[in-house]
Design a protein around this ligand. Structure first.
Ligand SMILES: [Zn+2]
Length: 187
């Protein structure tokens, strides 16, 4: 995914979760957006890579693109740090980081969730995959922007009601929020 798709998709997914957790504010959302950019620091031409070229080139030389930065290991470290320090900002970054990996999981190349221990690519069924920067990614972006509009509508009580769409949206909001909330409680 291109950086803007990562950021917008991650924000759209995190809003119901943050709302359920009771931590829905601009700092938390900003932290999620930052976390959603971080894994691609291993690519010097990525949005975040261009900001810190020396770090980016170094990580790329050692691990390659979608190397160690695209593993659950780094997420686990970030998440542990956030729970240890009780930092909401680190928690937001960890959530955004995980969402980036989850979104890459649906790409053509898939993701090596368990590196450096297991070097296997994990992919979703072909029909669900998208090509980075391709047609499907643009469709995903348009759908996600529509969802984001509905979420903002809900958060700010605009009460714009679109039959069926609002009903389905509310169900999805509660499912994502509920799953996110349960995971936070379990962990
Ligand atoms: Zn990535």
């Amino acid at each position: 995914m291109l950086y803007r798709t990562h950021v917008i998709t991650s924000i759209a997914i995190c809003l119901p979760i943050l709302s359920y957790v009771g931590d829905l504010n601009s700092i938390a959302v900003g932290a999620v957006a930052l976390g959603a950019l971080l894994p691609d620091i291993d690519e010097e031409h990525s949005y975040i890579g261009r900001k810190v070229p020396i770090i980016s080139i170094t990580i790329n030389k050692i691990f390659g693109h979608r190397g160690i930065t695209h593993s659950l290991l780094v997420f686990a470290i970030l998440f542990s740090l956030s729970t240890y320090t009780k930092s909401h900002i680190l928690g937001g970054i960890a959530l955004g980081y995980f969402l980036h990996l989850f979104e890459d999981y649906f790409s053509d190349a898939g993701i090596k969730w368990f590196q450096p221990f297991i070097k296997k690519d994990f992919k979703v069924p072909e029909v669900l995959r998208y090509k980075v920067g391709g047609f499907k990614e643009h469709i995903i972006l348009i759908i996600v922007i529509c969802i984001l509009f509905l979420e903002i509508n809900r958060i700010f009580y605009f009460r714009i009601y679109i039959p069926i769409v609002t009903t389905i949206f509310n169900i999805v909001w509660n499912i994502i929020g509920g799953i996110g909330y349960s995971l936070f409680r379990i962990i």
